[in-house]
Ligand binder design. Structure first.
Ligand code: ARG
Length: 474
């Protein structure tokens, strides 16, 4: 985005919304209903609202306080906690980004499955072939130098919001209070467990739909007036929260928890079909296809960008900063899309679903979020960038504390399975880290980093054993 055109608050807020709304919201009714009842869902959104708002403010305040650290969120981990944490943060964020794209492909073909049954839930042989063709199509377009234009972003944002608003209006009319309150705490359902368990189990879904929040602050540079940045963040954040909660809650007044849990994705389509018939499926499918096309392109660009930027500051090995004649970081793009291809094939053999895939993508982003929050907390404790403004320092400290606690809670809520699987995905990064260090001719790990790495290896070994013994699944 190299345009110098300055943006007003409306356009800025739309960009903030656009950076968060991708595919997640379209499947929300089913994704939430599989783990939680209406009551637990309301509690869960309460926690999410507070925690995510803290994260939104945190990224914004970091962007203002540390404008020199503008390479993406890994820079915070690196500045605060050393090279290996910085590397891991970039690595985890990058894996999350491309795994998210794997889940997008599955969701896209699952949508086409409504019309062409060969695609099933997006993980059939036909769907994986279709996904692969699309993947390499996008790959070669990007290699040719395709970029995103801010105004296209704006148009797709509007195009995807319209079906969401229509959905909200229609389901608000169709809403039946007795469906919503029936089994409010889920105590007649044996699978759901206690209310606390239900809240815990739905947490990764709520994070997934907010991913992108860390990128909203990059629009600061384009604001006509600086104070609009903060306002746009809040307006955009509240807009997204409102959309998510309404879509989720209103669905629970149209179908029961058990019915919702049994829908195929994108489940908004099934809910709308119940309310208005077949054209509901068509409407949601069109909205989703527009939304996913935009999101796929921007996350593909971002995958390459993450590696490229971190290779430029020697966090990643030098080969990842190589550009082609169109100034596209080609190696970074090949590596990202190559891994997406491998995971598409794993998806086929594992019969992994959209839900499994985005759970893993979400688990991988928790550490980068945590390190950013911990870094902000450290800054405000040190107090270095708050000359003469104790009020700002206290405010930031409070925000950072809430965000740090929230990140810890999310790692706990994700559960041991995802901690181990993440360790398995984090461990091989050490090879690239070691290469980057050797290119600079310095020692790979410090003493503490060595201990941390051993811990990661241990987790990875447990994950391999768990997968082998069938105790863990993707
Ligand atoms: N490809 C990705 N990594 N996407 C992550 C963004 C997820 C986004 N919040 C959504 O709901 O779709």
């Amino acid at each position: 985005m190299q345009s110098t055109h300055k943006l007003k608050i409306g356009a800025l807020s739309a960009l903030v919304v656009g950076s968060m709304v991708g595919g997640g919201i379209f499947s929300l009714p089913q994704n939430m209903a599989v783990s939680a009842s209406a009551g637990a869902i309301l509690i869960g959104w309460g926690i999410t609202g507070v925690g995510m708002l803290a994260l939104a403010f945190l990224f914004q305040s970091l962007a203002i306080r540390k404008p020199e650290l503008d390479g993406g969120i890994y820079v915070y981990a690196k500045a605060g906690f050393g090279d290996y944490m910085g590397f891991s943060s970039a690595w985890g964020y990058w894996i999350s980004a491309w795994l998210g794209n794997v889940s997008y492909f599955v969701l896209l073909f699952s949508t086409l499955g409504f019309f062409f049954p060969v695609f099933g839930d997006g993980n059939t042989l036909a769907a994986i072939i279709g996904s692969s063709v699309l993947l390499w199509g996008v790959h070669f377009l990007v290699l040719q130098g395709i970029r995103e234009a801010a105004f296209i972003n704006l148009i797709t944002t509007i195009a995807k919001i319209v079906p969401l608003i229509l959905f909200i209006i229609i389901t608000a009319v169709a809403f039946q209070a007795d469906i919503f309150t029936q089994d409010f705490w889920g105590d007649t359902s044996l699978e759901l467990g206690s209310v606390a368990d239900q809240v815990r189990n739905m947490m990764l879904v709520t994070v997934w739909v907010f991913i992108g929040i860390e990128g909203a602050s990059i629009y600061s540079a384009r604001a006509e007036r600086r104070r609009d940045v903060g306002r746009a963040t809040v307006v955009g954040f509240l807009g997204v929260l409102l959309l998510l909660v309404l879509v989720n809650v209103l669905s629970m007044g149209v179908m029961t928890q058990a019915e919702l849990a049994g829908l195929s994705n994108p489940s908004m389509a099934g809910v709308l079909e119940r309310a208005v018939g077949r054209w509901g499926v068509v409407l949601i499918s069109i909205g989703l296809i527009i939304s996913l096309t935009g999101a796929l392109l921007s996350w593909t660009l971002l995958c390459a960008e993450i590696l490229y930027v971190s290779a430029r500051d020697h966090t990643m090995p030098a080969l990842l900063r190589k550009e082609n004649r169109k100034q596209v970081p080609a190696n970074a793009l090949w590596l990202s899309n190559g891994l997406i291809q491998i995971f598409l094939i794993i998806t086929l053999f594992n019969e992994a679903t959209y839900l499994n895939l985005f759970y893993l993508a979400t688990a991988m982003i928790l550490l980068p979020y945590f390190w950013s929050a911990a870094y902000a907390l450290m800054l405000s404790l040190r107090g270095e960038t708050y000359e003469g403004k104790p009020y700002e320092r206290q405010r930031d400290m409070f925000i950072a504390l809430v965000a740090t606690l929230y990140a810890i809670w999310l790692i706990y809520a994700g559960g041991a399975q995802y901690v181990l699987l993440s360790a398995l995905l984090y461990a091989p990064g050490a090879l690239l880290f070691a290469k980057a260090k050797r290119e600079q001719g310095v020692a790979v790990f410090t003493y503490i980093e060595k201990l941390i790495f051993l811990g990661v290896l241990l987790g990875a070994a447990m994950a391999i054993y768990g997968l082998y013994a069938g105790l863990l699944t993707l």
